[in-house]
Design a binder for this molecule. Structure first.
Ligand code: SME
Length: 164
């Protein structure tokens, strides 16, 4: 059993550092990428407050080149395939850069998977210079994510990059 009991009174850098340590402990010695993505998504859900969706999209070859394909997540069922360059996730994958979106309705091409989502944070998972996946967080609270959430989630993406 894993019993992390995250404290919600931590400031964001402490919270994400605790989350990254938990993610590291979860993937240690486990080679299976699906198991590791599933446990990292569950840990994000446990540690990060005010989310309605948290999970992975992987970059995989499709009939017309690479695309994002839904991976392990917590939340409502979601869009399965997203073209690279489309929506918040596809933009993060195309640019290899974190996307902090305070208001999803103002993001051109945003893909609505859950009508409750109002703010979104997407961090790329890199292998060298290549984007191999993205981690997507959605919140029902507008303006929910800031640069501290982005840096914190980049720590989690580093754990993912070595374990998926
Ligand atoms: N909103 C995302 C799609 C994925 S869902 O939020 C789970 C986007 O615009 O890429």
């Amino acid at each position: 059993m894993y019993d992390f009991a995250p404290q919600h009174d931590l400031d964001k850098p402490e919270l994400y550092s605790a989350l990254a340590r938990a993610a590291n402990a979860l993937v240690e010695g486990e080679p299976d990428p699906v198991a590791n993505m599933a446990n990292i998504a569950a840990a994000i859900w446990q540690f990060v407050p005010d989310l309605n969706w948290a999970g992975f999209y992987r970059v995989l070859p499709g009939p017309n080149g690479d695309e994002l394909v839904l991976g392990p997540f917590i939340g409502k069922p979601a869009c399965i395939r997203i073209p690279i360059g489309t929506g918040v996730c596809g933009t993060a994958a195309a640019l290899g850069s974190t996307q902090v979106v305070p208001d999803v309705h103002a993001f051109p091409g945003h893909i609505a998977c859950d009508a409750e989502s109002r703010a979104e944070l997407v961090v790329p998972v890199m292998s060298g210079n290549r984007v191999i996946a993205v981690i997507d967080l959605d919140s029902p609270t507008p303006g929910r994510f800031d640069e501290e959430d982005a840096s914190g989630m980049r720590l989690v993406a580093q754990v993912a990059s070595l374990s998926i």
